[in-house]
Design a protein around this ligand. Structure first.
Ligand code: LLP
Length: 411
């Protein structure tokens, strides 16, 4: 595997100058390395890594992954359409449905992608309209993990998946409509720090597979959740050992099962988080009774993770790296008090006009963004092998106002 080129401070400053701020910058080489290294770590040969495009649907990133033969995990009809339009084959896309309408079900079924269904009533509906289809069933493995309670997707308090104890109901429905269950699925949560939880949830789902209830099984999908270190003190998980361990769990299962199945994973965060940086500019400094507040030209509409999950993102003052260390609240320009990227954070001295970078901003940052307060989303720049690709261009304030008007029936 090629060693990934790091984007240095001067390049960030150059991009900020050239494209303006706020600006998202993604390191495409790192994305490809992260995607490919999982194939090296997980030694089970029948392996598919499906990129969870909800983490970042940037078209440049999707193209890059497609050119590297990636598979896709999708969760909405528009994600499916986008993947297909970009040239991903329908066989390479899995659609994990979640409280979809009948119209959405028909819309996605027409595209020919495989459904992953996690509710008995949806399975019943799907089977009655599309008997004899192939399908994947999402179970709740009764093991939950993840870096915040909002991103834990299994266990007692979750809307996701069919309970393991309801497997007989699944069988009744699939038999009634001659559905071919070719896959079993689970997803425990996002940013899983305790690898044991992954082994436990795998064992739990494989327990269902071992009962030989589904003779058409082709794959088992263990979801996403691979953790990346957001703070400098968080230890990086040894994914090489992890890969060996899960491969051995799976290979033992296949031996007992009597058939070599495919193993799927669906990472989003792991593939793109570390590739992303949000460059912002400080425009207002304030000393609020001793509390230093740096006001910037971005906000939680561009990067909501700190506000929504209390997430930590490293921040660096790239304009004054050798400045005296001081403690700041780094805030945005949105009219809400919670609009801060970091509170009481040590940073080298900030002057008005300085550029800061917010790191690990490649996953669930742009994709969870909005135009709240009618502030446009930033431009997005993808760097591949030193080449700059401006994938998304930020509309001007006037253009944004016009977009709102043109979307209204009243204009
Ligand atoms: N598969 C399924 C069925 C999922 O629900 C998810 C994420 C993934 C795969 C990918 O998980 P990942 O590898 O990215 O952890 N907005 C949150 C994360 C929400 C994840 C939702 N589901 C955050 O910013 O931390």
């Amino acid at each position: 595997m090629k060693k990934t080129k790091i984007i240095d401070r001067n390049s960030f400053l150059k991009y900020a100058e050239k494209y303006g701020t706020p600006l998202y910058v993604y390191n495409g080489d790192l994305i490809i390395n992260r995607y490919s290294e999982l194939y090296n770590y997980i030694t089970w040969p029948k392996l598919k890594i499906l990129y969870a495009m909800k983490a970042n649907y940037n078209v440049g990133i999707l193209n890059l992954l497609k050119n590297n033969r990636a598979f896709l995990d999708t969760v909405s009809p528009a994600e499916v359409h986008l993947g297909l339009k970009l040239g991903f084959e329908k066989e390479d896309i899995l659609f994990t449905s979640n409280n979809i309408t009948d119209d959405e079900m028909h819309e996605v079924k027409k595209t020919g992608v495989l459904f992953n269904i996690g509710a008995l009533s949806s399975l019943e509906k799907f089977g009655s309209v599309y008997p004899e289809s192939k399908v994947c069933i999402r179970f709740n493995p009764d093991v939950y993990a993840g870096e915040h309670k909002h991103v834990q997707t299994a266990g007692s308090i979750t809307k996701f998946g069919v309970l393991l104890s309801e497997v007989d109901r699944v069988l009744e429905i699939t038999n009634k409509y001659n559905l071919k269950v070719i896959g079993l699925h689970e997803h425990t949560g996002s940013g899983i720090g305790e690898t044991e939880k992954v082994y436990e949830s795998m064992t739990s789902l494989l327990g269902i597979a071992k009962r030989n209830l589904f003779p058409d099984l082709e794959f088992i999908d263990f979801g996403g959740g691979f953790k990346v270190p957001y703070s400098p003190t968080t230890k990086r998980i040894d994914y090489a050992s992890f890969g060996k361990k899960i491969s051995s769990i799976f290979s033992n299962f296949c031996k007992e099962y009597g058939k070599d199945l495919f193993m799927y994973f669906e990472p989003g965060k792991y593939i793109v988080a570390e590739s992303g940086h949000l460059i912002i500019e400080v425009n207002t400094l304030k000393n609020n009774r001793g509390r230093l507040i740096a006001g910037t030209n971005s906000g939680f509409n561009h990067l909501i993770r700190p506000l929504l999950y209390g997430s930590y993102h490293q921040i660096e003052n790239i304009s004054n790296p050798a400045g005296e260390i001081k403690i700041y609240d780094i805030c945005g320009n949105i009219c809400e008090t919670g609009d801060c990227f970091a509170e009481q954070r040590e940073l080298s001295e900030i002057r008005e006009g300085d550029k800061l970078i917010i790191k690990n901003a490649g996953a669930y940052c742009y994709s969870m963004g909005s135009i709240y307060n009618l502030r446009a989303m930033p431009s997005e720049l993808l760097i591949v092998n030193g080449n700059e690709l401006l994938v998304t261009k930020r509309p001007s304030n006037k253009e944004l106002a016009e977009l709102v008007l043109s979307g209204s029936n009243l204009n």
